[in-house]
Design a binder for this molecule. Structure first.
Ligand code: V47
Length: 362
């Protein structure tokens, strides 16, 4: 069984049905292999940033069964933020030390195309130093379809309006059969990848998520990871920050307040194995993020021993995963994050959105 690990580590071209056997290895064997890659890249550094999530609206034209955030029967509190609300939140966070705003919304049919671009332009005008990470590929696809712009035009307009990078949301699970069940009508997997590739070709960075732990199989997860590996720009471009995926983020499904009927959930061991496998297979994606909002801080810190090197950031207000039951509504205190990382034997490194080091908390 070790053979499959050696083959995976040597970059052999195996398919998802072969690579799924990695899950049969014990957690320590997998973890050790992933940790040695992680340690070689970053030693004991564990990255985080000071960021602020802003979700302008929860009114959504789509109905993803896993989503507890959008306004629906189980969450009947529709809202729409104004530009002034968004600017006030971004400014307060900036004054509080945030270096990034992560702006993603539902697919709100009431907002105009101009409204979106104006938000980015005005945030950039008010806070030129802040990094704007905004619009998932699913939102780009929504704007393309609703306003007939073509996704390349949407991306060009985002760039012109001041968006610096794209978040990794909307990827869910690439398998189209699963997508048809969990998020029918949303961006297709092929289009999600095309949008990111085009963004990369403009010299920009983005992230890639994978929503796991619901109805997908382990083979679907491996297939998702392999498609990301294939879509990534060549290694030399990524290293010089010239466009590509910066981080892979496995998002653990939160099961409350939604319409997905899930019978089995991954154990902590299976979650860690998924993170290790991602580190082993994604040799061309620099960072693996253990997103504390879905894993909880304890598992997110342990995941640093299993291939992850990043925990995301302080967030301040988290609305998507907390709607599904995660205990992340109020973000994470910076000093507490630093304490947790140190307490686990890692060196906290505050980074910017492109993983340049800002401060090492030795
Ligand atoms: O795409 C929705 C997921 C994503 C649930 O790029 C859920 O740095 C778990 O993409 N349980 C949005 N997840 C969040 C996201 C993200 C988060 C942090 C950092 C970055 C980054 C990106 O949240 C959606 C969807 O996959 N999601 N509902 C749920 N019940």
């Amino acid at each position: 069984m070790q053979d499959i690990l050696e083959q995976a580590l040597s970059g052999e071209n195996l398919n998802e049905n072969e690579l799924v056997k990695l899950y049969d290895l014990d957690i320590f064997t997998l973890g050790k292999a992933a940790d040695s890659i992680r340690t070689q890249k970053y030693q004991k550094k564990a990255f985080f940033n000071l960021n602020r999530h802003i979700n302008p609206s929860n009114i959504c034209a789509d109905v993803c069964k896993f989503c507890a955030f959008s306004a629906h029967r189980k969450n009947p509190n529709p809202y729409e933020m104004s530009l002034d609300d968004i600017l006030a939140q971004a400014t307060a966070s900036y004054n509080n030390g945030a270096k990034e705003v992560h702006i993603v919304s539902s697919h709100n049919p009431n907002y105009t195309y101009k409204w979106y671009m104006n938000v980015f332009r005005e945030v950039k005008k008010a806070l030129p130093q802040i990094h704007i990470k905004a619009l998932t590929a699913a939102e780009v696809d929504f704007l393309d379809r609703k306003f007939g712009k073509g996704y390349k035009q949407v991306l060009a307009d985002m760039l012109e309006a001041g968006v610096d990078s794209m978040p990794g949301g909307g990827a869910e699970i690439f398998d189209e059969g699963v997508r048809a069940y969990i998020c029918k009508g949303k961006v297709s997997s092929t289009r999600w990848l095309e949008i990111h590739r085009h963004w990369h070709s403009l010299g920009k960075m983005s992230n890639a998520t994978m929503l796991f732990g619901h109805v997908e199989s382990k083979v679907h997860r491996i297939n998702h990871i392999l498609r990301l590996r294939e879509a990534q720009s060549p290694q030399d471009k990524v290293d010089s920050k010239q466009g590509g995926f910066n981080a892979f983020i496995p998002l653990l499904y939160q099961r409350h307040n939604n319409y997905l009927d899930v019978k089995e959930f991954p154990s902590g061991q299976e979650i860690l194995k998924t993170i290790s496998i991602a580190r082993i297979l994604l040799s061309n994606i620099p960072h693996i993020k253990a997103y504390w909002a879905t894993l909880g801080i304890n598992l997110a810190v342990v995941a640093q021993e299993f291939g992850a090197d990043d925990l995301d950031g302080t967030i301040e207000v988290e609305s998507i995963q907390s709607a599904g039951g995660a205990k992340s509504k109020n973000g994470f205190d910076k000093d507490e994050l630093i304490f947790q990382i140190k307490n686990a034997g890692f060196t906290p490194v505050e980074r910017d959105s492109l993983y340049n080091e800002i401060r090492v908390y030795a």
